[in-house]
Design a protein around this ligand. Structure first.
Ligand code: NDP
Ligand code: MG
Length: 392
């Protein structure tokens, strides 16, 4: 019997790679639900190909466009985050892939946990913002969260080979260093969105590619690892590994280090999450060690890339700090991509918002969502102040 897969965020980079994996494993999986935010054209063509049982658009305009253009058929059209919740609650759905960006699918994640779906999670922002709540909920319902992010998939795979009870000493999250690894500090100020978007190794959505250039992506991944693997803040650390062959490593208490190596292709971690605990042949190129020749490692430079320092501080501070970090970062990256602020203004904006925030522990979902709104408006204000100062 085929397993029915819902892809939330099917029009994005992870979403389309997931569809390629499902196409290649059509004997095991069937697409039951797809969702987009605003890209109704691509969602329409995906619906025409996959004829899913459900399709959802979280943006109202996109929903209205779909409602007008979709021919009567077997696909039920759903709207907004309640539409995503309905998909996650349906008895017809076996697996949910969280390939959305941002916080909007948080309530859907809670639904998927409560309905005991197999959950494959790419959306790291959900864990960064509400890691304590999400993981407590998953524990309560005894539902594992299977990582899709390549580093966390690597860690998950190392842990699966690491023995019972995972006696972990250290987690090494590797990162290529992003588009600006070699850029001198004084030249970072003038970096354009185009330069920040030219990632040397991975082809991803724009927001995460800018996060890779600022090293915020590694910072978010530290927080993601802290929650996914239930380790204390000092356990995960970042190592820059420009070849991006090792996708992360785990050091166990006896001093053994296990690493996972593979080509840079998100279809592998996506497939591993879908087929876990099984491994099956994939579309991914095998590694050519004679071409790789050497693997190198560097310390991350938090002076040139202060976002990583800010993320580490938020990780250690705990409570609401990482939620504020994430929301302020989303706004700052958006303002950078729309050329409203410069590259080095991204950490400046985030730091200003973190300074204003009063740390709280043990928040409810509603409080986190309110804090998200507060941090976003503070980030816009901080960016406006920076701009005013720049023209004075
Ligand atoms: P994209 O921007 O390419 O895609 C995001 C998807 O989410 C799209 O389908 C988009 O719809 C949808 N979406 C956007 N905003 C909303 C919203 N407010 N509510 C519901 N859905 C929304 O992102 P990526 O695929 O690059 O990344 C997705 C997630 O996976 C992120 O959290 C990222 O950090 C994580 N990730 C990504 C990796 C990658 O290789 N890309 C690697 C590891 C993790 P629409 O197209 O209509 O805008
Ligand atoms: Mg990653």
């Amino acid at each position: 019997m085929k397993q029915a897969v819902a892809i939330l965020g099917s029009t994005g980079s992870i979403g389309s790679s997931t569809l390629q994996v499902l196409d290649s494993l059509a004997d095991r999986f069937a697409v039951i639900a797809l969702s987009a935010h605003s890209n109704h054209e691509l969602l329409t063509s995906q619906i025409n190909v996959y004829r899913p049982r459900f399709a959802a658009a979280t943006d109202d305009t996109a929903y209205n466009a779909l409602a007008e253009s979709l021919p009567d058929g077997d696909t039920r059209l759903l709207r907004g985050s309640s539409g995503l919740e309905e998909i996650c609650s349906s008895d017809e759905v076996d697996i949910v892939v969280f390939a959305t960006s941002g916080v909007s699918s948080l309530s859907a994640l809670f639904c998927a946990i409560e309905h005991k779906k197999k959950i494959c999670i790419a959306n790291k922002e959900l864990l960064v913002m509400a890691g304590a709540l999400v993981t407590a909920h998953a524990k309560q319902y005894n539902v594992p969260l299977i990582p899709v992010d390549s580093e966390h998939s690597a860690i998950f795979q190392c842990l699966n080979g690491g023995g019972r009870d995972h006696p972990i000493k250290k987690i090494y999250l590797t990162g290529s260093g992003g588009a600006l690894r070699m850029r001198k500090k004084e030249l970072l100020e003038g970096v354009s969105p185009k330069e920040a978007l030219s990632h040397p190794k991975w082809k991803m959505g724009k927001k995460i590619t800018v996060d890779s250039a600022t090293l915020m992506n590694k910072g978010l991944e530290l927080i993601e690892a802290r929650w996914l693997f239930d380790v204390s803040p000092g356990v995960p650390d970042v190592v820059i590994h420009p070849e991006a062959v090792i996708h992360s490593m785990v050091e166990f208490v006896d001093g053994s280090v296990l690493a996972q190596l593979a080509s840079c292709d998100m279809r592998l971690p996506i497939q591993y999450a879908l087929t876990y605990p099984e491994r099956v042949p994939s579309l991914v190129d095998t590694l050519d060690f004679s071409a790789i020749r050497s693997l190198t490692f560097e310390e991350p430079d938090t002076e040139r890339f202060p976002c990583l320092r800010l993320a580490k501080e938020a990780l250690y501070a705990g409570g609401t700090a990482s939620c504020v970090l994430n929301s302020a970062n989303e706004v700052a990256v958006h303002l950078f991509l729309t050329e409203k602020i410069g590259f080095m203004d991204i950490p400046a904006v985030i730091e200003k918002v973190l300074e204003k925030h009063i740390l709280k522990d043990g928040c409810s979902l509603e409080e986190i969502l309110r804090l998200d709104t507060w941090a976003r408006s503070q980030a816009y204000e901080a960016a406006a102040r920076l701009r005013r100062r720049a023209v004075m």
